[in-house]
Design a protein around this ligand. Structure first.
Ligand code: ADP
Ligand code: MG
Length: 704
């Protein structure tokens, strides 16, 4: 059968991966490159020409005409500038060229990318630098075939202007410190410890025709108006429901595209909200996982277009309907296969695991503000703290088994046993009995231990996962370092490590919470425990530049103070710009579409009243009159809200930049937007559907 899909044949087909390099590169060059990729050795620039040549031949054989340095500026999405391989024509003929220099270094005009003041406008130079630890790949689309080379993006002075550079720096930091911990426990063979990450990606699909009728979706990625449909997600019939044909054929195409690019797409299912779905890949090294998540987001969008749909990655495309997130599953794996977060069957005896766990608990407690900040983006403000996503308070869920071990340690100083999961019995003879996990799940915790990894659930669906992982790697590196500094000097290691675990747990236990993270009691309890509850992006950003943060990031060479300040600046700017666009879009839709539609409706009502009265003076027109009164009342509320929105937006736009401007948008423009939305959503429920100028929530999420 020719139409059988052979996944193993297409997987990685468009990737210049290890197998291809082994096949196409001279042995000594391959070995040198491998040393950089696997051992983190410095790249030998003399091999660049040979690699570039092989890469070009491979790409051209597959139809590539262009190459691009693919990078991740602080816009949160990827950027690229395409160059063709052609040389300057001679005798009217061109040859296809690609040099080592072009592979290693690019120079996009950096002045148009956000730098938060790191570069003055006259210093426009920025460089993209080849990251050979993330393989180059071929992208096939309407433009043709393009060779994409993953790169870091830095300023002339070497300051990072992107998301990848600090991530790579943080990987170095955690590698170095984690190896010290392994050595303390007698592991002499592991050469590297790297974070492993699997990012579950949620998204919505809507019909493209309907999408194009909504300016809010086009300009802002979310709906700015919209009354709730008669049916929401209350029946829970969508979650894990059978996947419909149109969606299924989309998912099938997405998988094929991703597999060709070497992205190990694994799981797919319908999510809680109607029209919401999820895709999860198999976990990989964090650098690869970050790049692959960008590819996943691009692919979800691109393939949707081919299927007559639009993919919404926004954290909250529809008010009142579940939003979308990205669960960042994180663990630490050594090159000998050891997962440092694997408790084994008897965690109470696994001292290395308990030390690693205690370090992570300490790190998360000390730097909860930074983790919260790393998940802040404009869209996530609608989600964090709402009754659907993890609350804005950072806490750790460990589950019954580990909680019990910690209880034993803290109360008696000794942990003597680990609770077992027992057996799951269904009471049906033909179903086998199963061993249960020692711990149930908790869906409401922002940072949950799930067997052999932590799952950070705050990250927004449209955001890059680079920042959360950069923070995680660095804060854990710090805790490891502090532990190793002491333990390496200890006379009695067993005693010292035992005391250290107990002390760390006692000092940082307050961040552990196994209950319902959505409850009001937790908010009160967390406040008592002194845990920060940072409710918005604008309030989260200052965490980046505290003395504590600067000390941490500088100590591990992840960010300088100037880099942190620039990032904070860029985030304030991103926030202000996004809200400014939303406010202007609302203004535009309200003034040009909604008000005219409502006026048309009131005119019809008025005409109907006169006509009925004229035809039959005794007729009861109180219904029409009532509607006319109500509609006119809402219309004037709406008009007042439009004027108010215009006024505060204008004021915010003129405010000083940075925190002052972002605060103006957050505390004045956002409430004015909500105030405009309220009468409009009421009007949508009254005005003739034929006249309403855009598809409703029901049209969008139930008729895909
Ligand atoms: P769960 O249902 O517990 O969330 P899944 O098997 O669905 O677990 O995994 C969710 C994501 O976590 C997947 O992307 C998976 O590859 C990833 N994952 C599994 N184990 C690890 C690990 N040790 N480190 C990082 N990610 C992991
Ligand atoms: Mg999960």
């Amino acid at each position: 059968m020719s139409d059988v899909l052979n996944v193993s044949e297409i997987f990685g087909k468009n990737v210049f991966n290890d197998a291809v390099m082994k096949d196409r590169l001279p042995k000594n060059v391959y070995k040198k490159l491998k040393k950089t990729v696997e051992d983190g050795a410095e790249l030998d620039p003399s091999i660049a020409d040979v690699v570039a040549h092989a890469m070009k031949d491979w790409a051209i054989e597959r139809g590539a005409t262009h190459y691009t340095h693919w990078f991740q500026p602080l816009t949160g999405v990827t950027a690229e500038k395409h160059d063709s391989f052609i040389s300057a024509p001679s005798d009217g003929k061109v040859i296809m060229e690609f040099s080592g220099k072009e592979l290693i270094k690019g120079e996009p005009d950096a002045s148009s990318f956000p730098s938060g003041g790191l570069r003055a406008t006259f210093e426009a130079r920025g460089y993209t630098v080849w990251d050979c630890t993330s393989p180059a790949f071929l992208r096939e689309d309407a433009i043709g075939v393009t060779l994409c080379i993953p790169t870091s993006f830095c300023s002339y002075k070497g300051e990072s202007l992107d998301k990848k550079t600090p991530l790579l720096r943080s990987m170095q930091a955690v590698n170095e410190q984690a190896l010290r911990i392994l050595r303390l426990f007698g592991n002499t063979t592991a050469k590297r410890v790297a974070p492993s990450v699997g990012a579950e990606q949620e998204y919505f699909l809507v019909d493209r025709e309907k999408y194009l009728q909504r300016k809010d979706l086009i300009y802002t990625g979310r709906t700015l108006f919209g009354a709730m449909p008669p049916k929401g997600q209350e029946l829970e019939d969508h979650y894990f429901g059978a996947i419909r044909e149109r969606i299924g054929s989309y998912m099938n195409d997405v998988n094929k595209e991703l597999w060709k690019l070497g992205v190990p797409a694994k799981t797919q299912h319908n999510e809680v909200a109607p029209a919401q779905h999820e895709l999860a890949p198999i976990y990989e090294g964090v650098n690869q996982a970050v790049d692959h998540n960008q590819i996943v987001m691009e692919t979800l969008k691109k393939v949707a277009g081919r299927h007559g749909m639009a993919c919404l990655l926004h954290e909250k495309p529809f008010a009142g309907v579940n939003g979308s997130g990205k669960h960042n599953n994180w663990s630490l794996t050594a090159d000998d296969g050891t997962n440092l977060l694997n408790p084994g069957d008897t965690p109470h005896e696994n001292i290395q695991f308990l030390l690693v766990l205690a370090c992570i608990i300490k790190a998360v407690d000390l730097h909860a503000d930074l983790l919260r900040e790393s998940a802040a983006d404009v869209g996530n403000d609608h989600r964090l703290g709402a009754n659907e996503a993890p609350p804005a308070i950072i806490s750790i869920f460990l589950g019954e088994q580990l909680e019990d071990v910690i209880d034993q340690l803290c109360s008696t100083g000794e942990a003597t046993h680990s609770k077992k999961g027992g057996t799951l019995r269904t009471g049906v003879d033909i179903l086998p009995d199963l061993d249960k996990d020692a711990t149930d799940r908790n869906r409401t915790s922002p940072f949950a231990f799930t067997g052999n990894k932590f799952e950070f659930r705050m990250v927004g669906s449209s955001d890059s996962i680079a920042s959360p992982n950069t923070v995680l790697n660095t804060i854990v590196a710090e805790a490891f370092k502090e532990a190793a500094d002491k333990l390496e000097k200890a006379d009695d290691f067993d005693m010292a490590v035992h005391d250290m675990i107990k002390e760390m747990l006692a000092a940082h236990r307050r961040v552990i919470f196994n209950g319902n993270g959505y409850s009001d009691e937790w908010v009160a309890e967390a406040e008592k425990r002194g845990l920060p509850n940072i409710r918005s992006m604008v309030e989260a950003i200052p965490a980046l530049t505290t003395d504590k943060a600067v000390k941490l990031f500088e100590a591990f060479g992840v960010f300088t103070r100037a880099e942190l300040e620039s990032r904070a600046e860029v985030e304030y700017e991103n926030f202000s710009k996004a809200i400014n666009i939303e406010a202007r879009t609302m203004y535009d839709m309200a003034s040009k579409s909604i008000i005219p539609a409502v006026i048309r409706y009131t005119t019809q009502l008025a005409a109907s009243i006169s006509a009925v009265k004229g035809a039959c003076p005794e007729a009861d027109v109180s219904t029409q009159t009532g509607l006319l009164m109500e509609t006119s009342g809402l219309l004037s509320d709406m008009k007042a809200a439009v004027s108010r929105l215009a006024e505060v937006t204008e004021k915010a736009a003129c405010a000083d930049g940075g925190i002052a401007q972002a605060t103006a948008y957050h505390s004045e423009v956002v409430p004015a937007m909500e105030a405009l939305r309220a009468p409009v959503d009421k009007l949508e429920m009254i005005v003739d559907k034929e006249l309403w100028p855009m598809p409703s929530y029901g049209d969008l999420i139930f008729e895909v």
